[in-house]
Design a protein around this ligand. Structure first.
Ligand code: DGL
Length: 264
């Protein structure tokens, strides 16, 4: 039976702490809602695993949040888990809205003035059907260059301390595709918005637009809650609960830091 209690929380998950970049926006757009965020930091990265394994891990988290928190909607705040599992999740859980995230190629193409668009994402995101579909849809409208990033999300899980390592990563991976006419970069993994400052430092005085999917995903969450009559309309001040598969208390501490961090 459908539960129409609007006071239930919204569930959100990621392979780790990256999805907090979506949570930041969701909290801003939906200040009355409670959110339960689950970071699967024990199993990060998802992007280099098999599709079946990511599906299994994602289903486990969604089931846990349903059983223990009676969530009214679920946000898969992970491009990788969305690519691997969103269809199966929606087919299985037909009684609640499930919102996913995909690389924000569309907004990048809309803003594009003729320069190159680089799309950064995990190996799984770049390989699977969702991204291939996006690429095909927009391939004639702009020069879109995919950049598969092995190991970049881990810098965020680590608290963004290894500045030298990041610079080396950008030199080895980003520099070869960064042409003079590069106009924007799509941050197609929810960990990457936390690296915006590092990226801007790396670009120096070049003006490259950094685009991510957190706004689109949060507006879609709002829309779906509204459609289902689940949007809170009381005077409640929304709260955030952080959960993590790791029992290291530092992960929860870091989660709060990322929620409140200045990104630009
Ligand atoms: N945050 C995840 C995403 O948006 C990726 C990190 C990982 O590989 O686990 O794709």
């Amino acid at each position: 039976m459908k539960d129409n209690d609007k006071t239930r929380p919204v569930g959100m998950m990621d392979s780790g702490l990256g999805g907090i970049s979506v949570l930041r926006e969701a909290v801003r757009v939906l200040p009355k809602e409670d959110f339960v965020y689950f970071g699967d930091s024990v199993n990060v990265p998802y992007g280099t695993r098999t599709t079946e394994k990511v599906q299994e891990l994602t289903f486990n988290v969604v089931e846990k949040l349903r059983q223990e928190y009676n969530i009214k909607a679920m946000v898969i705040a992970c491009n990788t888990a969305t690519s691997a599992s969103i269809k199966a999740l929606r087919a299985h859980y037909t009684d609640m809205p499930i919102i996913g995230i995909e690389p924000a190629v569309k907004p990048a193409v809309i803003c594009n003035q003729g320069g190159r668009i680089i799309v950064m994402g995990t190996p799984m995101t770049m390989r699977l059907e969702n991204y291939q579909r996006l690429m095909n849809m927009y391939k004639d409208e702009a020069e879109i260059v995919p950049l598969t990033c092995w190991g970049l999300a881990e810098f965020v899980e680590d608290g963004i301390r290894d500045h030298e390592g990041l610079r080396k990563f950008f030199d080895e991976n980003l520099k070869p595709v960064l042409t003079d006419d590069t106009e924007s970069i799509v941050l197609g993994c929810t960990h990457y918005p936390f690296l915006k400052k590092e990226l801007k430092n790396y670009f120096g005085d070049r003006n490259i637009l950094l685009i991510d999917g957190s706004k689109g995903t949060s507006s879609q969450l709002r829309r779906r809650l509204d459609e289902e009559g689940l949007l809170r309309d009381d005077d409640h001040k929304g709260e955030v609960t952080f959960l993590n598969s790791s029992d290291d208390p530092k992960m929860i501490e870091l989660s709060w830091q990322l929620l409140n961090m200045d990104l630009d």
